[in-house]
Design a protein around this ligand. Sequence first.
Ligand code: MN
Ligand code: MN
Length: 265
Amino acid sequence: MQIQILGIPTDVNSSYRRGAATAPAVIRQAWRRYAEFGNAATESGLEIGSDLTIVDLGDVAVHEVESDHAAIAAAAEKAARVGPLLSVGGDHSVTFPLVAGLAAVHGPLNLLHFDAHPDLYHDYEGNPRSHASPFARIMEQGLAGRLVQVGVRTWNKHNREQAQRFGVEIVEWADFTPATVPIPTRPLYVTIDLDALDPAFAPGVSHPEPGGLSVRDIVAVIARIRTQVVGADVVELNPTQDTGDATAIAAVKLIKELMGAMARR
Ligand code: MN
Ligand code: MN
């Protein structure tokens, strides 16, 4: 099993703080520091480098212009023809073109989405490409069959209405246990906004929201995946807000387990 890694160094659609554009470089550095030297194994015992191998596709060339969408979608589509794709970095706006590119090969995807925010705004302050809007675009265009959201704790009326309109499956906090989160069937795409985590585990994000998930909560859900994962992303790492490497380390951990899920099948 070969897993392709793609960096997306963009934060032009971030609504508040910028910084997520540097995440691909920071995650690669954290990978070298914390995942190599004998620690490149998943919890299920798969060894990265032997049981599964990584092909780093480098970063998409982005220029903070409209055509970045097409460049990201094209890179995702090209990768999808080869095998599973794991994208790192960028703000959450990148998930729209990533899903568009993968859906061009696989058809509509099923999405498992971890986030403090629903990201369903029709637009945010006039920007329909905002990192607060990718799932509105994805659902409008029929790029996803199911969208399961876990960890959201910032619901407002507009986003509730959008969720209802698009048939989003919300895992309410009152019902949350890692053992019962619905895992959609193939082709599965897992999108992890690091602010889904409690800021105690992941301070290095642009929009921290206390009362979140633990790293263990997300790892436990990923461990239950048995359907084909065609793509995943880990987004919204903002190194300017990090404490030491805390959030970058959490990102590396989640990336390892996502790779494990991709290779398990
Ligand atoms: Mn998000
Ligand atoms: Mn978020």
